[in-house]
Design a protein around this ligand. Structure first.
Ligand code: BGC
Length: 257
């Protein structure tokens, strides 16, 4: 039995699936939603031990979580993930599409397989997961979908044409979903982080010269914490955001100004 939602645990009784949840921003989001009372489905691809550790940690603090493996590049994996979740956990209230990838490739020589890989994980998987989640959400006339985008949905980035195109596409996918689902009880929004301290940025976070160059571009003059992104997702997932759909919350220390 779940108790009524309280001010401290506003997501009590809700089921939230988070992709890319075993590290970085996704990990912070999963932990935050669990702390807010949601039952969290932690979806990982390769970090099984980390995902299991997260489940144990959440359970040790009185929360509920379960881990499932799925490769977001594979439609088959995504379909079987949602079928298993439906059977073992129940219908979703919240979907957070946080799985993402980036690779530096010069536009002039970018192999099509790298283009496809980034598009498949960053954009196609969001379409597939959101479609499966929304098909069940509209039946109950309730649900929230949140996608983790990037400042590079609007800021071009040399060496990352595929990444920027995927995040720009995610902006219009989000808005189109928000419009089609608004009358059916489902809200859809994006959160667009800037430079956040996560493993994806390891190559420059620990290099003093590169870090200095990056900090120059950030008006708040510091790198963001994954928890600062998770706070925005928590807000959008909660009833506090009941009138918010079709928008992008930018969490970037002013990077995109
Ligand atoms: C990328 C990071 C980058 C940040 C700011 C994000 O979308 O994932 O690698 O540091 O944008 O440029």
């Amino acid at each position: 039995m779940t108790s009524a939602p309280s001010f401290l645990r506003p997501l009590e009784g809700r089921r939230a699936l988070v992709t890319g949840a075993s590290s970085g921003i996704g990990e912070a989001i999963a932990n935050r939603l669990a702390a807010a009372g949601a039952t969290v489905i932690i979806v990982y691809r390769s970090h099984e031990a980390a995902a299991k550790r997260m489940v144990a940690n959440i359970e040790s603090t009185g929360g509920e979580a379960i881990a499932f493996r799925a490769d977001m590049a594979k439609e088959r994996d995504i379909k079987s993930l949602f079928a298993q979740v439906r059977k073992t956990v129940g219908p979703l209230d919240i979907l957070v599409n946080s799985a993402g990838m980036e690779s530096k490739r010069a536009f002039l020589t970018m192999p099509v397989k790298d283009w496809d890989q980034v598009m498949n994980v960053n954009l196609r998987a969001v379409f597939l997961c959101s479609q499966l989640a929304a098909q069940s959400m509209v039946k109950r006339e309730r649900g929230v979908i949140i996608n983790i985008s990037s400042v590079h949905a609007v800021l071009p980035w040399a060496g990352y044409a595929h990444y920027c195109a995927s995040k720009g596409g995610l902006e219009m996918l989000m808005k189109s979903m928000a419009l089609e689902l608004a009358g059916k009880g489902v809200r859809v929004n994006n959160v667009a982080p800037g430079a956040i301290s996560t493993p994806i940025n390891n190559s420059w976070l620990h290099d003093a010269a590169k870090l200095r160059r990056e900090l120059k571009r950030i008006p708040l003059h510091r790198i963001g914490r994954p928890e600062e992104v998770a706070g925005a997702v928590h807000y959008l997932a909660s009833d506090e955001a009941s009138y918010v759909t079709g928008t992008t919350l930018i969490i970037d220390g002013g990077r995109s100004l």
